[in-house]
Design a protein around this ligand. Sequence first.
Ligand SMILES: Nc1ncnc2c1ncn2[C@@H]1O[C@H](COP(=O)(O)OP(=O)(O)OP(=O)(O)O)[C@@H](O)[C@H]1O
Ligand SMILES: [Mg+2]
Length: 432
Amino acid sequence: MIPTVLVVDDDDGFRALLLDILRLEGYRLLAAASAEQALSILERDRADLVLTDRRLPGLDGLELARRLRAQPRPPVVVLVTAYGTIPEAVAAVRAGVADYLTKPLESPAALRRRIRDLLGEPAVADGSGEFLTGDPRLAELVAMADRAAATDATVLVTGESGTGKELLARRIHARSRRADRPWVALNCAALPESLAESELFGHEKGAFTGALARHRGRFEQADGGTLFLDEIGDLSPAIQAKLLRALEERKIQRLGGTEPVAVDLRLVAATHRDLAMAAATGEFRSDLYYRLNVVALAIPPLRERPGDIALLAPRLLSEATERLGLPARRLAPEALAALTRHSWPGNVRELRNAVERAAIAASGETIEPRHLPELGGAPSRPAVAPLSLEQRERQAILAALERTGGHREQAAELLGISVRTLYNRLRTYGIR
Ligand SMILES: Nc1ncnc2c1ncn2[C@@H]1O[C@H](COP(=O)(O)OP(=O)(O)OP(=O)(O)O)[C@@H](O)[C@H]1O
Ligand SMILES: [Mg+2]
């Protein structure tokens, strides 16, 4: 489940900046301009972390923390204070505040790291919504996914980044007889080879130095339910062989174990690679490819179904304004035209982010092309923070990769982000 962060600040600009920094981390976001508004949002929604300004009109941030602490499932509270007002530490600790940040912010990377430490890793994609399309070809593919959902067939979902592979995989699970059993996802790309086997198949106590207790791998965790193996094209040949065996025998062996363990699950695999080509060139085992490719669902990129932009943009917009506590907004025809002209290399994820940024940038009810600066509209204010932040982030990633000679772990370390987040960014920005 994606962590939800509620940002409380009466300063519109600063609140937008915080939201933008956190949005890049993939959290589900809520926003409020006052403590009272935050409390009323939390009556009908939930948050894992509340990032609140200390000084607010009406109830202040400290009082908000106190009230939240009295709730049945209190969120983690982080207080933002102007530099130099920290020495109320004792009162803050008593109110249950977990951490402080000072204004002005040190850096977006530092903020992200602190929030991440408090929350744990965010999940990659939210995938809570419905899979929407008005495109006949894609609608037929969704119908095929629904037919496959009723069976136990292995499914292979392919498509570019952000086309909704995980969303479709979740839909298959939700419509299967396994819907009330576990959904277990594993991103094979973020997985060092040395860890892959124990992540997938688990290990016995003492299987290797540091294996202090028995660990159930994802196969066992998913027993009865659905196992989603994301970026399966990135698995090493050795692990591919073990995966093939597990699928053929419907049994796995824990690392260091002697007894095979029977597992009953449906596998959904996804990749943005051309797996048929990889199998043809020997980069991917062709016998495993055929085993995965029982039901093949290739989601077309958004640029090949421009009609979907007119369908998705307003839906993603109303979803974003509702989530962020903004008044409803509508897209001016020229703004929709600009969206339709864009080629969307990051597909629906990129569209969702663009629409969310525009909702924040627009102050009135209507979103105009100038609120979509990345699509060529002139920015509404000089240097809109959201855009420049993204550009800066892209540059920072390129610089970090250059400095580390392309070493991703080291680059992530330099940037103060997780390796997983770095991989996401590389995909979002189309950096190879
Ligand atoms: N057809 C759609 N209707 C509604 N939302 C969509 C659709 N396609 C994608 N999305 C949304 O776009 C975002 C990206 O989708 P998802 O994570 O499933 O993509 P993906 O193909 O798995 O991407 P990646 O390869 O980068 O992991 C999610 O927020 C998802 O809910
Ligand atoms: Mg995905």
